[in-house]
Write a protein that binds this ligand. Structure first.
Ligand code: GLU
Length: 292
C-alpha cells in the first residue's frame, strides 16, 4: 500500500460574477481528476477583493456547482480568512529585502513608459514596472509613508532571482497523464505587485500561500494562468513551499473562437439553467458525461 497522502485538488473561483461554462469545465475537470486519483476536492472562494466580491455571487457558486452535480470537502476555504498568513509571507519577503513600497498609479506608470513603444509588457499585457519607486531614497520612502500615502508592495525581481535557486521549473501534465518539465520564466513579470494599495495581498501571493497551507498537490486550472505559474514557482521557491503538480487545461471558446469569459458575455450557468438546459446535457457537451 502506498504511504503517499491522498492528492488534494481545488477549484478556486473568484466571487465577482456568475460562473460561466468555462468555470463548469474547470470544476468538472478538477472533480474528475480527484476521483481518478482517489483524491480530495476543496472549494476555495478567492474573495480577497472587497470591491468586487459580492455575497450573492458566493451563494450562486454553491448553487451552480450543486446543479452540476459536484460536491466538495467542507469546510469551504475562503481567502478572506487568511490575510494574516499573507501578511506573514510579506514579512518574510520584507526581511529578505525582496519587496519595496510603490506609490505609483497605473496612469503614472503608463505615462512613464508612453514614449517607449517597445516597452516590454507582462504576460497579462500590462507594461513592466519601470522601477520608479525602487530608486527612491529611504528618506523619501519614509516621508511618503509618514504622510499617509498608500503604497503597494512590489517584488524586486532581480533581487528575487539572485536569491532563488538556479533553475526553477514545474511538472506540467496538461490534460494528460504524461508530465513534461517546464522551465519557469518569472522575469517576464518584472517587479510584480505582491500587495495592492487597496488590499494587503494579491492574487499571486494568496494563491501560492493557500495552495501550500491547504496541502494542494495538484493545481488544475485554465491555460490563461500558465504564465502565472512561472511567478508562482518563484514565490514558492523563495518561501520554501512545496511545488504542486500543475495541470493547465484548455480554455473553451465561443462559436467565434473567442475565449469564454464573464466579461465577454459568455453564458452564465444560471442562464442556461433558466433556458431549460439540463446539467446532464451540459456535462455531456463538455465531455464529462457520467460515469468516468
Ligand atoms: N480565482 C482564479 C479565477 O477565478 C483562479 C485561481 C487559480 O486557479 O489559481 O480565475
Amino acid at each position: 500500500m502506498s504511504s503517499d497522502p491522498a492528492p488534494i485538488l481545488r477549484f478556486a473561483p473568484s466571487p465577482n460574477g456568475h460562473l460561466h461554462v468555462g468555470h463548469a469545465f474547470s470544476a468538472l475537470f478538477n472533480a474528475r481528476l480527484a476521483r481518478r486519483l482517489g483524491g480530495r476536492l476543496l472549494l476555495r472562494i478567492e474573495d480577497i477583493d472587497p470591491q468586487r466580491t459580492r455575497p450573492e455571487f458566493v451563494d450562486a457558486i454553491f448553487d451552480d456547482l450543486r446543479w452540476l452535480g459536484l460536491s466538495w470537502e467542507e469546510p469551504v476555504r475562503r481567502q478572506s480568512d487568511h490575510f494574516s498568513d499573507y501578511e506573514r509571507a510579506l514579512e518574510r519577503f520584507g526581511e529578505a529585502g525582496l519587496v519595496y513600497p510603490c506609490f505609483c498609479t497605473r496612469a503614472q506608470i503608463a505615462a512613464a513608459v508612453a514614449a517607449r513603444h517597445d516597452w516590454p509588457r507582462d504576460p497579462d499585457g500590462a507594461p513592466l514596472y519601470p522601477g520608479t519607486c525602487k530608486r527612491l531614497s529611504e528618506q523619501e520612502r519614509a516621508r511618503r509613508l509618514d504622510s499617509g500615502l498608500h503604497a503597494a508592495l512590489r517584488l524586486d525581481m532581480s533581487a528575487a532571482l539572485a536569491l532563488a535557486q538556479d533553475r526553477i521549473g514545474w511538472c506540467e501534465y496538461g490534460e494528460g497523464e504524461q508530465p513534461r518539465d517546464v522551465t519557469a520564466e518569472p522575469a517576464l513579470w518584472g517587479d510584480v505587485v505582491l500587495a495592492r494599495k487597496d488590499v494587503p495581498t494579491s492574487y499571486h501571493l494568496s494563491v501560492v500561500v493557500d495552495d501550500a497551507l491547504q496541502g494542494v498537490s495538484d493545481v488544475a486550472r485554465g491555460m490563461d494562468l500558465f504564465s502565472a505559474t512561472s511567478l508562482h514557482r518563484l514565490l514558492q521557491n523563495l518561501l520554501d513551499l512545496p511545488a504542486p503538480r500543475y495541470r493547465h487545461h484548455r480554455l473553451l471558446a465561443d462559436p467565434q473562437g473567442r475565449k469564454l469569459a464573464k466579461s465577454e458575455g459568455s453564458p452564465a450557468l444560471r442562464d442556461l439553467r433558466a433556458q431549460g438546459v439540463s446539467a446532464a446535457r451540459l456535462r455531456a457537451d463538455l465531455g464529462f458525461a457520467e460515469p468516468d
